[in-house]
Design a protein around this ligand. Structure first.
Ligand code: ZN
Length: 168
């Protein structure tokens, strides 16, 4: 009956309580993407993870998780952003230029509208592409023990006594 790690006191091993995400897939999905859409850390829900509009901090200021799992980690996020935002831009442009009175404009202003949309959407969605990518990854590929150790930067905190821990 005793459920270890399920009490008030989380089983903290490293510098952070590892994400206490809901066990059920549906609830976990909603939690992760709710955090991502508010531009918060998908791992813990903490805010202030961007140092500027374009720059995600390397480590979450709340839970200290490393955001980059590996080199080129966010390439998929860039691709996702491009596909999603350009699809939205194209859809909106088509609607504006064929479904509204804007169709009466001449070609040049119509092209200008399409270009503005094609630039504005990826820019507007950029920060979300980062957080959504992390949420997606965390949902589909929950870190195993090894990766969890890397992400929580325990290696940095434990480097001094790694020899004692290695026990070989
Ligand atoms: Zn966090």
């Amino acid at each position: 009956m005793a459920d270890r790690g399920d009490g008030d006191e989380p089983a903290v091993v490293g510098p952070i309580p590892w994400p206490n995400l809901p066990q059920g897939a549906g609830a976990r999905f909603r939690t992760l993407f709710g955090r991502a859409l508010r531009r918060r850390c998908p791992y813990c829900g903490g805010g202030n993870i961007f140092s500027g509009y374009w720059s995600l901090k390397p480590i979450c200021p709340t839970c200290e998780v490393k955001f980059v799992r590996e080199e080129g980690y966010f390439l998929g996020g860039y691709a996702l952003n491009l596909v999603v935002s350009e699809s939205l831009a194209l859809g909106l442009a088509l609607w504006l230029l064929f479904g509204t009175r804007l169709r009466e404009l001449s070609l040049l202003p119509q092209e200008a509208i399409a270009i503005v949309l094609a630039v504005a959407f990826p820019v507007a969605l950029y920060p979300f592409s980062r957080t959504v990518w992390m949420a997606l990854d965390l949902f589909l590929h929950p870190p195993d023990e090894k990766l969890e150790g890397y992400l929580t930067a325990r290696d940095l905190h434990r480097r001094d006594r790694s020899d004692a821990d290695a026990g070989r």
